[in-house]
Structure formats: C-alpha cells, structure tokens
Design a protein around this ligand. Structure first.
Ligand code: HPA
Length: 258
C-alpha cells in the first residue's frame, strides 16, 4: 500500500519527466504485483489539488515505449488513490490541422502495439473478464482538459483518433498512409496499453497529446530529434498550463453513474 494518496495522477511522457509548478511533498519508491513502476511516485500539490506524478519513461528518461511496465505504473497510481489519470503523450500529427505544438485531446484510439503486458486479467482467473472499451477516454476528464485549453486560447483539437504504434522506431510513410486510411489523426507509441489498463482498474483516463512532429511523409523532410525538441520547447508550457487549470475539477468526486 502506498503512503501517497491523491485523486489525480499525471503520467508525464517525453518532454515531461518532471512537473515544474508542482509543490512536491513526497517521493516514494513503490513495488506492485506486476513489478516496479517506471520511477518513484512524486506527490504534491498543483495549485490546491493533491496530485501524484509519474515519469512514464523513468527519470531520467531511459525506458523506450515497448519496455515501459504499464501494468506496474497503473497499479501503483491506483494504489496511490488516483481516480483520474491524465496521460501526457508526445505524438506525430497526421491530420492536416494537427501540426507541431498543437494540443489534441483524442476521443478514440486504434491499437497497433504488440507483445506488451496489456491486461491484468491473465493467469489463474476465476472468471474471464472482457471490459467494455467502446469509449476509451473519460468524457468527464476530456471536457475539463478541453475547457482549460479553450480558456487559455491554445491551438487544440477537442477530438481525434490516436493510433498507438509499437516503436521505438518512427513509422514509414506507407504506414502513416495506412493509419490515415484507418482514421487516425495522431500517432504515438505510449497510448496503449495504458488506456486499457486504466479501464481495467476502473480509472477515468484521458490523453493530453502534444504534437511534436509531422508524422512520416507528412512534411517535405525526414523527422529529426531537433525538430521534436523544438516542438516540445514550444508546446510543453501550454500542456502544463492545461494541467494546472484542469486538475482542480479533475479532482472532484466522479458523479455516480446509473
Ligand atoms: N510517431 C510515433 N510516435 C511519436 C511520433 C511519431 O511520429 N512523434 C512522437 N511520438
């Protein structure tokens, strides 16, 4: 059992290994039945809201997307009292309106990942469990992020389809054409199985995507790390502002569903 107790969790991705503005009150190394999470849980207050922060790739950044222990991460955050989890993701833009430094709060996803620990329901089970995953992201949480992005006047899209690829390599141009044909607007490597594992734990999960490059074949040049870093430098302040503005309402108790 974790000593940390906070209703809102933030999973920081590439470009967000720590959260400036977070008044840190604790740092806890925890273990779970699924192994160790990517990093210690950092607890603190963002404004007046108690939050717990976890660096998805470790701090310093060391775990590639396919080697993140998503099960341990989600399990640890649930144990830390989280009811709502915001996954911050750097993504490539496929849709013409979703270029570098644009923020996307997707409403759907398509999973192209493989070979990752993607469910808590395995091993010696009493029942086979199939969770509903029709709507992978919490509407309530999405609404709060969208309201914050609107109020801040940030360039953002209030919906979109996230294509989760295996990585760590970026995609080929033909793969991006295929993803586009499938209906994907953005592409990233860490959105799954994170969203599904959150659903298995009955957590409200939402993705806050920052576009850091045009997806492969969508610009006249190949993708460089320098370009990605530029977009992170330009866009991460907006992501942090959205988090600061939305965590209060995200921490409110979830309305009882019928
Ligand atoms: N593809 C996959 N994942 C990514 C990308 C991309 O272009 N940019 C940032 N994460």
């Amino acid at each position: 059992m974790s000593n940390t107790q906070a209703p809102v969790a933030i999973i920081g991705g590439t470009g967000l290994t720590s959260l400036s503005g977070l008044e840190i009150t604790g740092r806890e190394t925890v273990d779970t039945p699924w192994g160790a999470p990517s990093a210690p849980l950092v607890s603190g207050r963002l404004g007046s809201q108690a939050v717990v922060f976890l660096a998805r790739h470790g701090d310093p950044h060391r775990l590639p997307p396919h080697q993140v222990n998503y099960r341990a991460n989600l399990w640890a955050l649930k144990e830390a009292g989280a009811r709502t989890v915001v996954g911050v993701n750097a993504v490539g833009g496929i849709h013409p309106g979703m270029g570098p430094a644009h923020i996307v709060i997707p409403d759907q996803l398509i999973d192209y990942t493989w070979g990752r620990g993607h469910t808590f329901f395995e091993g010696e089970l009493e029942d086979v469990t199939h969770i509903d995953f029709t709507f992978p992201y919490s509407d309530r949480a999405r609404r709060e992020l969208i309201l914050a992005a609107e109020a801040l006047g940030l360039s953002h899209s209030a919906s979109g389809v996230y294509g989760a690829t295996q990585g760590p390599r970026l995609e080929t141009a033909a793969e991006i054409v295929r993803l586009e044909r499938d209906g994907c607007d953005i592409v990233g490597m860490t959105g799954m199985p994170e969203a599904a594992l959150a659903a298995e734990l009955n957590l409200d999960y939402v993705c806050l995507g920052l576009v850091v490059n045009w997806a492969a074949g969508k610009s006249d040049h190949i993708i460089t790390m320098a370009e990605i870093q530029d977009a992170i430098d330009q866009g991460m302040a907006g992501v942090k502002a959205v988090l600061e503005r939305s965590v209060g309402p995200l921490g409110n108790p979830r309305p009882q569903s019928a």
